[in-house]
Write a protein that binds this ligand. Sequence first.
Ligand code: URA
Length: 434
Amino acid sequence: MRMYDIILKKRNGGELTGEEIDFFVEGYTKGEIPDYQASALMMAVYFRKMTEGETLALTMAMAHSGDMLDLSGIRGVKVDKHSTGGVGDKTSIALAPMVAACGIPVAKMSGRGLGHTGGTIDKLESFPGFSTGLSKSQFIENVNRIGIAIMGQTADLAPADKKLYALRDVTATVDNMSLIASSIMSKKLAAGADAIVLDVKTGSGAFMKAEDDARALAEEMVKIGKNAGRRTIAVISDMDQPLGFAVGNALEVREAIDTLNGRGPEDFTKLCMTLGSQMLLAGGRAGSVEEAEGLLKEAVKDGSALSRLADFVEAQGGDSSVVYHPEKLPRASVVLPVAAPVSGFVSRIACDEVGVCSLILGGGRETKESVIDLSVGLVLQKKTGDYVRAGEPLAFLHANDEGKAREAEKRFLAACSIADAAPEKTPFIKAVIS
Ligand code: URA
């Protein structure tokens, strides 16, 4: 088999066989196929697209390019949750303890943030001492003992995807539906869960800006999961404005703790309930959405979800007293209000721009090497559709540097629009696809 023939076949609109896809993935992972040939194939795929069969073959080949995590040592149905990424997305920190308190084990691999979106691991490091550097046996033991463990993605999990994603990133071939779906699903399949619940975001802060694209991606991933024999459900949720009010690592942890105390923002609580219900259904813990929501609400009300978070933080070396005393979380030295310039209804909050404000304040990573400030970020005071009077705060900026705060303030004001009429309300949960 020759890589040249595979590129030519795809360039001419042909359908690649499983053997041809395996040949490419294996050869590229081993370094036998050079970047220029892999780039040419990715560009051919970008223009010619891939069939359902090709997409599944690529996913499976990338999933099997490294370790396939064996979670059979964990009792019960393992349900993983994955978000396509957004701004203010602290979901796993509240959701994992809620679901675990209802009897569903959560064995999760998470990532760090890059660019305007944050990562769960960075957020969790707001608990002093917290570490995701667990061995595989510790990971499995922790899940069996307390119901949750989160570890960083190991280098040998879907290495083909790691290499190919980095290549796509610099060759303008990221935004192809089959390539995105196979990239995400290869990692999820390799991570070993029995069932997968996907949170596919749509809107200005999401990877998929248009709802139709988010739906197509969700459908593609659900199909891959099903064809790979894993129960897969996708929820499409709004990311046209930040999730909840808080954006920034420690600020988001605080909001997740508030949510576990029953005082969470409406949209964030709704998302946890929707994803949590699907996780309990997939795990066989509930027979209907109503029953699942009842169990999740009870876990919040009786404090078991909150104490599960404390157990999890402690088991991974963190200071669990912070769960009950969130005032101990890292705090910024300056809190600056951003005043509304005029009165009216907030008609738009450009979500990706709010992520950039947090980045400017030091809360995100511009490059993989950047060191982040866990204490900084923003807390919105108004969301889309709210009325604001001139001079009232739209948000509070939490900063450790006045200059950066002024820059973020300008950027934040440019990200917000205020209008005379209230904008049309759109549903927060757009669809559940199974
Ligand atoms: N996230 C991924 O993991 N892969 C993609 O291709 C796009 C987003």
